[in-house]
Write a protein that binds this ligand. Structure first.
Ligand SMILES: C[S@@+](CC[C@H](N)C(=O)[O-])C[C@H]1O[C@@H](n2cnc3c(N)ncnc32)[C@H](O)[C@@H]1O
Length: 278
């Protein structure tokens, strides 16, 4: 799906480009922070910080979004290169950079690139991070594999790739009957309440699922406006990711069932993966 990523027109980027109110109003701060807090998984940041203490502080973050992970790493004295394909998202990231005090702010480089075609001058990063399901947003097996190869190409020998992705067994692979309310918020621009409805479609033979739904905004005159959204992700199973990593030039070090080194079980919401470059 991301083979010909064209910035803001790409469905995954439209989907993740903030949330509903920011679609046409890019001044609204992006909501990854809120979404991961809502899902109870915001402590992934602590895990990434621990890994940089272990492997080294020269960090590349792939699919960085608005800096939810990169900014805390900078505050822990890491030197971070953060890459995303969405200009709108990176604009919001740059706005947040103001919160980083000088001279730490000098340790951050923000790069707009498609990670499936990643090419940076630096090739000796200690750690590459691809957090919060970002690999799944590249909804094509070969492009996911190419992204892992690109990560290996940019790491020093024995450097670490750390990523987290859904455990497919925790996802409804048959699809939801209909979108259900996911959250309700206030539109910061006009004070109206809006509800996001979300659903996944059935998984295809290529392990791709639609993620779709709509936003209903309740206007003061009693009417409702509906705006639909749609993206796709490609789920990856436990031994599949191991084989993909091996094929991309990594040795799997660990797969946990969460951010706290929990054992991976069929009930685990996600897989937290650590792999070393061979
Ligand atoms: C689920 S968000 C995760 C953001 C961030 N890593 C976090 O944890 O808050 C996925 C991000 O991947 C980016 N993305 C999707 N496909 C991409 C690609 N091919 N190259 C670079 N970035 C991409 C989107 O723009 C979005 O910011």
């Amino acid at each position: 799906m991301n083979s010909s990523i064209k910035d803001a027109s790409h469905p995954s980027i439209v989907y993740y480009d903030g949330d509903y109110p920011s679609r046409n109003q890019t001044e609204y701060p992006e909501n990854f922070d809120e979404v991961v807090t809502y899902q109870g998984i915001a402590d992934d940041v602590d895990k990434y910080i621990q890994l940089t203490a272990q492997y080294g502080k020269k960090v590349l973050e792939l699919c960085c979004g608005t800096g939810r992970i990169s900014i805390p790493l900078i505050n822990q004295d890491c030197v971070v290169t953060a890459v995303d394909a969405s200009a709108a998202i990176l604009k919001q990231f740059r706005r947040k950079v103001g919160s980083i005090p000088f001279p730490k702010s000098e340790n951050l480089s923000i790069v707009k690139q498609d990670v499936t075609q990643l090419s940076l001058d630096t090739r000796d990063f200690d750690v590459v991070i691809c957090g919060f399901n970002s690999l799944l947003c590249i909804a094509d097996f070969n492009l996911q594999l190419q992204t892992l190869r690109n990560a290996a190409d940019h790491l020093r020998p024995h450097g670490l790739l750390a990523l987290d992705i859904w455990n497919p067994l925790a996802v409804n692979l048959y699809g939801d009957i209909k979108p259900e309310p996911f959250f309700t918020r206030k539109n910061p621009h006009n004070g109206n309440t809006y509800t996001r409805f979300a659903a996944t479609g059935p998984m295809t033979i290529n392990q791709v699922q639609s993620v779709y739904g709509w936003y209903d905004e309740f206007k003061k005159d009693g009417t409702v406006t509906r705006q639909s959204y749609h993206m796709e992700w490609r789920l990856i199973f436990r031994y599949e990711i191991q084989l993909m990593l091996e094929r991309a030039g990594f040795t799997l070090k660990a797969i946990y069932g969460g951010n706290h080194n929990e054992p991976l079980t069929s009930d685990s919401l996600k897989m937290f993966i650590e792999a070393e470059k061979v």
